[in-house]
Design a protein around this ligand. Structure first.
Ligand code: ZN
Length: 491
């Protein structure tokens, strides 16, 4: 009994320590509304996304924002997708009389393109480091390699490549994968079909090497020691039949504005952006097939709603106008922001900054904020000033090799000349914060586990939301608009 009482006391203490404040409770209600199972993971083009968009519009209206879309709050984005139908497709490895069936999305996947072949039947070659051996015939073959150790060049007449995922990557892939879908803006021409690009589950990769005299383990060990990898023919062929479905879809960006109060500066817009789409419904993990995308990125659409509410509650306007830009199809290749920046609903040159919210996880204390594009414009200086006033340290991206700069919607704003920033909760190397950060990527990123049941830290969420509010106010009220200080990065 005594032990039980102690356990209860400890439990209530730890709950007390993490009770969210009022503002954070209100924010979390929006997160709950946007990431419940009823919204089915908010896949771009789906009904769950449409419901989520209606929720955002209702909240924006309630907070007094004006419509800034095309004839209302919405901007309809025409999309085209091609999707693998796994249940009507097959794949196998064929070696002599031995046929090993493979399961799509569990063992192997393919990048969808148009047109998609109905059948693949190709011999395999393992492609090691350096140039291919003289006279090697790659015609019509698939070149197998380890992700991160692909040969620098494969022959133009090769059929394509099979890349074995790296299980030790900073963002280790989660098998089974959600689905195989490629989406593009309907207005972007399909272009010339790219070579076939397949991916293989590393846990199943020994299958590829059976009878070759080599093993996946041996090659992965060589790669880990930075030793050269050999080239050799594999005795198996890859054979598949592919059923795909193509569809034209529409999905909406949600656009709203808080008009500025200054007669001159009100013509300028500070854009605040976050993506509303998630991965939708995919291959189940256990019994769970809903990829809720709670922290990626429902929570930060909620932060935009929270900003609108706080300004409304305080009867506050800023000198510049604030454009709330909630975009679709980020997870399908930044498509909603690509469409918006190609068809902006306010003049392009009057958008003075984009502050984009994605890639943020409030799972450990906020002491450091990694700021993407920190040194590219004076916006970075404003970020530092605001953060320092709150005891938050600002740092540039310590892992530029992950390419996070190009992996969220701020990138498309930068492409049309708008100084932009994006944020990541930062950590000191070797700390529990780093472990929590890495574990989140290893376990929850783009998986059904990024849902409402995951642990999070109310103080961290609250501190970021406060920081974001102060930053928007500072940029919105500053005398001068942000300026590029480095060359505007282009594709
Ligand atoms: Zn995201």
């Amino acid at each position: 009994m005594k032990q039980l009482a102690l356990a209860v006391a400890v439990l209530s203490l730890s709950l007390l320590a993490t009770q969210p404040n009022q503002a954070t409770k209100r924010w979390w209600q929006h997160v709950v509304a946007l990431s419940g199972d009823d919204l089915q993971g908010r896949d771009a083009g789906g009904e769950g996304y449409r419901k989520a968009a209606r929720y955002v519009v209702t909240q924006f209206e309630r907070a007094g924002l004006k419509a800034a879309g095309e004839g209302g709050y919405y901007q309809s984005v025409p999309l085209h997708e091609i999707r693998l139908v796994p249940r009507d497709s097959s794949a196998e490895l064929v070696r002599g009389q031995t046929v090993t069936p493979l399961r799509w999305l569990h063992q192997v996947t393919i990048r969808m393109r148009e047109p998609m072949p109905n059948r693949i039947d190709a011999p395999l070659i393992f492609g090691g480091g350096g140039d291919a051996p003289q006279g090697l015939d790659m015609r019509g073959k698939l070149i197998v390699s380890l992700n991160g150790h692909a040969p620098p060049a494969i022959a133009a007449d090769a059929l394509g490549a099979i890349s074995i995922d790296n299980p030790n990557a900073l963002e280790p892939p989660h098998w089974p994968l959600q689905y195989a879908v490629t989406m593009r803006l309907a207005e972007t021409p399909a272009g010339k079909p790219a070579p076939l690009a397949l991916r293989f589950n590393p846990a199943e990769a020994e299958l590829l090497f059976q009878g070759s005299g080599h093993s996946y383990k041996e090659l992965a060990d060589l790669a880990a020691q930075a030793k050269p990898l050999p080239w050799f023919a594999l005795p198996s062929a890859f054979r598949a039949s592919l059923q795909s479905s193509a569809a034209d879809l529409k999905s909406d960006n949600v656009l709203a504005v808080l008009p500025g109060s200054d007669p001159v500066l009100a013509k300028e817009y500070v854009v605040v952006s976050a993506h509303l789409d998630g991965y939708g419904i995919g291959e189940p993990w256990g019994a769970d097939s809903i990829y809720n995308g709670a922290f990626d990125d429902a929570a930060y659409v909620a932060t935009l709603i929270d900003l609108a509410e706080r300004l409304h509650d305080a009867h506050k306007t800023l000198r510049r106008s604030i454009l709330f830009c909630v975009v679709t199809a980020e997870e399908k290749g930044l498509l909603g922001s690509k469409y918006f920046t190609a068809h902006p609903t306010v003049p392009k040159e009057q958008m003075v900054a984009d502050i984009n919210l994605d890639q943020l996880r409030p799972i450990f204390p906020l002491k450091i904020l990694t700021t993407l594009a920190l040194n590219q414009s004076t916006l970075g200086d404003t970020v530092k000033t605001v953060a320092n006033s709150m005891g938050i340290k600002i740092q540039p991206d310590p892992e530029p090799e992950r390419n996070l700069l190009r992996r969220s919607d701020h990138w498309n704003f930068m492409q049309i000349g708008v100084p932009s920033v994006g944020f990541i909760f930062g950590f000191e190397k070797g700390t529990p914060d780093e472990a929590a950060y890495r574990e989140w990527y290893a376990k929850r990123y783009h998986s059904p586990l990024d849902d409402l049941n995951q642990p999070w830290l109310p103080e961290a969420a609250a501190k970021f939301n406060d920081f974001f509010n102060r930053l928007v106010e500072t940029v919105g009220n500053a005398d001068a608009r942000p300026q590029w200080t480095a060359q505007q990065p282009l594709h």
